[in-house]
Write a protein that binds this ligand. Structure first.
Ligand code: SF4
Ligand code: FES
Length: 249
């Protein structure tokens, strides 16, 4: 395939950026989107030009590091798929593909397609630790938890912290991310001791980081590569109400 690429280039956080046109020749439909960018970068390096900076790590859809807006959609056109798992067969020969970084005030551009997502890490850090009784290794089934509760908690724990929900939201809200983290621990017995302190601290941290609020647009759920349901946000709101009533707010 031959693709016309329009890629956001920005030399640094304070430089002005712009979309630059590139042509990718002989692109195999079997390679991934990030491998296609690797090939483009090899060509740039051979010509002595600056390679396009972009984030990736596992390239297996599990680490949340990759973060590209492809044709206006965080992680690209395939539902429930990270951009590292997106394949070039999804595109047509001769197509123009626009590639941009996550766009949010709380995610400043570092270079080209790389943004600083450490605000999400600070929200998780604000959530703090989980108290557990240490001692001998407990039996696997010593703490029975209902199957539906475990499954809900595990579904929420599937969040990989990529930030696509923030990038898709017109308010740049991190509510789906926070909702997933808060629901995961609030559902399990292990998360009960700090339950109310956690929700208040994480929401305060998100406000301090400059993430916006939620106006129920649903864009976050639509782009989430792990298909985290928006019901996690409602659960987080209920947790906050309970925290306020319990005097934790
Ligand atoms: S909720 Fe989904 S989109 Fe948001 S950070 Fe987690 S995995 Fe990414
Ligand atoms: S590089 Fe790890 S999820 Fe995409």
């Amino acid at each position: 395939m031959r693709l016309n690429l329009r890629i956001w280039r920005q030399a640094g956080p304070n430089a002005s950026g712009r979309l630059v046109d590139y042509v990718a020749e002989r692109v195999s439909p079997d390679i991934s989107f990030l491998e296609m960018l690797d090939v483009v970068n090899e060509g740039l390096v051979v010509k002595g030009e600056d390679a396009i900076a972009f984030d990736s790590d596992c390239r297996e859809g599990i680490c949340g590091t990759c973060s590209l807006v492809v044709n206006g959609i965080p992680h690209g056109p395939d539902r429930g798929t990270t951009v590292c798992q997106l394949h070039m067969r999804r595109f047509k020969d001769g197509e123009t593909v626009t590639i941009e970084p996550w766009r949010a005030k709380a995610f400043p551009v570092v270079k080209d397609l790389v943004v600083d997502r450490s605000g999400l890490d600070r929200i998780v850090a604000a959530g703090g630790y989980v108290s557990i009784n240490v001692g001998g290794a407990p039996d696997g089934n010593a703490l029975p938890i209902a199957k539906d509760v475990v499954e809900q908690a595990m579904d929420s724990a599937a969040c990989i912290g990529c930030g696509a929900c923030v990038a898709a939201c017109k308010n740049a809200s991190a509510h789906l991310f926070m909702g997933a983290k808060i629901a995961h621990l609030s559902l399990l017995p292990q998360g009960q001791v700090e339950r109310y302190r956690r929700v208040v601290a994480m929401i305060r941290q998100a406000d301090a980081e400059g993430f916006g609020s939620c106006s129920n647009e649903g864009e976050c759920e639509a782009v989430c590569p792990k298909e985290i349901p928006i019901s996690n946000i409602a659960r987080m709101t209920r947790e906050l109400f309970r925290a306020v009533l319990a005097g934790g707010g």
